[in-house]
Ligand binder design. Structure first.
Ligand SMILES: NC(=O)c1ccc[n+]([C@@H]2O[C@H](COP(=O)([O-])OP(=O)(O)OC[C@H]3O[C@@H](n4cnc5c(N)ncnc54)[C@H](OP(=O)(O)O)[C@@H]3O)[C@@H](O)[C@H]2O)c1
Length: 318
């Protein structure tokens, strides 16, 4: 059973949220539907998306995949990182450039830069842009209200009174449930201290979650970041990793076990909030969501693992 969290406005949702950043690439829609179905079947009721995800297709694909279900879900989407050019235009750009790759590498390289610029973290928080983008997100998702609207990769200097007034007016008109910030923890807190009305939800990387604040927090990247670190560590400490596995109760050569423990630990550190995760494999979505019902056990194992690794490192460098 996936734990439940309560948003500042009193609505309940699942403490485990599904991230849609990498879902819909090279997809005709069927694979996205299968993943969203797997998440819903596993009790996940919160979904995180952004106009910039998956070449700009993620919002529409999520909206479509959810439309066949009659379940109450919460959706967070964002504004700031620009919506990329439509995929067809990018594809056209590449196919026009492809024959030139060998004969005109400079032109090819310029085309590559142009294509990449459309998805890079180029942000805009000008009020007129935000107004138009909010209404486009509502249309793409096929909803009347966005439950959580996050300022994506926002920095303190991006906040203007025009932006604040616009967001509050849109919230008042019922288009937005919660206004929040999706950035580094430091920038979130800096903005929150000056503009608390923009910060009923803070979303930041799990690795910064040592500072969980009293606000409603959503964390992300726990598996990706932790798995990378542990894989690197076990490659450098193979024998120690074999000896440590039975002591901590996690097979350090089984990425599924490690991923479950990392997710459990992230949930225990952000109790009452939401922890996002993502996978492109339905079976993994189900396995991770099932593991999340045993937060206490997984979190304790993950903490034993962290201290075991630290002890081995300290002995090595003593
Ligand atoms: N500024 C922001 O607000 C912000 C920034 C970043 C992310 N986010 C959100 O947070 C969501 C989650 O972030 P994330 O993708 O970094 O999450 P994550 O869940 O930490 O990492 C997902 C990655 O871990 C891999 N993985 C999961 N289980 C695995 C296992 N057992 N073995 C090997 N690999 C495994 C997945 O690969 P497979 O696909 O192969 O399973 C996927 O590549 C994003 O989708 C996005 O919605 C928000």
């Amino acid at each position: 059973m996936t734990p439940i969290s309560v948003l500042p406005d009193g609505r309940s949702t699942s403490a485990l949220g599904f991230g849609c950043a990498n879902l819909f690439r090279n997809d005709d829609g069927a694979a996205s539907q299968t993943l969203i179905d797997a998440a819903l079947d596993s009790g996940i009721r919160h979904f995180d998306v952004a106009p910039s995800y998956a070449w700009g297709q993620a919002e529409a694909s999520l909206g479509m995949a959810l439309s066949g279900h009659n379940l109450e879900v919460t959706i967070a989407t964002k504004v700031g990182i620009r919506r990329p050019a439509p995929r067809s235009k990018l594809a056209q750009l590449r196919s026009v450039g492809a024959p030139f790759k060998r004969f005109a590498p400079r032109l090819w390289s310029k085309l590559g830069h142009a294509a990449r610029r459309t998805t890079q973290a180029d942000t805009c928080f000008v009020a007129d842009h935000v107004r138009a983008d909010l209404h486009q997100s509502l249309r793409e998702l096929g909803v009347l209200k966005i439950d959580i609207y996050l300022l994506h990769n926002v920095r303190p200097a991006d906040i203007t009174t025009d932006l604040v007034n616009l967001l509050l007016a849109k919230k008042n008109d019922g288009y937005i449930g919660e206004i929040g910030l999706g950035s580094s923890y430091v920038d979130c807190e800096l903005i929150a201290s000056q503009w608390p009305e923009l910060a009923s939800v803070l979303q930041f990387p799990d690795r910064e979650a040592d500072h969980i604040s009293s606000r409603f927090c959503i964390t992300h990247g726990a598996i990706q970041h932790g798995l990378h670190h542990i894989r690197k560590w076990r490659a450098e400490n193979e024998e120690a990793a074999r000896n440590l596995s039975p002591k901590v109760g996690i097979d350090l050569f089984d990425d599924d076990e490690i991923a479950s423990a990392l997710l459990g630990y992230a949930l225990s550190r952000n109790e009452g909030g939401i922890v996002l995760f993502s996978s492109t494999r339905p079976s993994r979505v189900k396995r991770l969501a099932a593991a999340a019902s045993d937060v206490g056990f997984l979190s304790a194992a993950c903490q034993r693992l962290r201290s075991g690794m630290q002890e081995i490192d300290s002995q090595r460098y003593r």
